[in-house]
Design a protein around this ligand. Structure first.
Ligand code: SF4
Length: 54
């Protein structure tokens, strides 16, 4: 009997106020869903004080 694979797609959300850009998620995710890149000025403006420091 042939087995069908089901891939469930759910959005990945990173809390930029908590992320420090260490890159561990990029290294450990077997599905390669993460990448490290600079955020836009608009996104930067939305961060909390601590998020901007990180
Ligand atoms: S870069 Fe580091 S802190 Fe940010 S989401 Fe990935 S593992 Fe977490």
């Amino acid at each position: 009997m042939k087995k069908n694979k089901v891939i469930i797609s759910t959005p990945v959300h990173v809390n930029f106020n908590a992320c420090d850009g260490c890159g561990v998620c990029v290294d450990v995710c077997s599905m390669n869903v993460f990448e490290i890149k600079e955020i836009s000025k608009e996104a930067m403006n939305d961060l909390s004080f601590m998020g901007k420091i990180r």
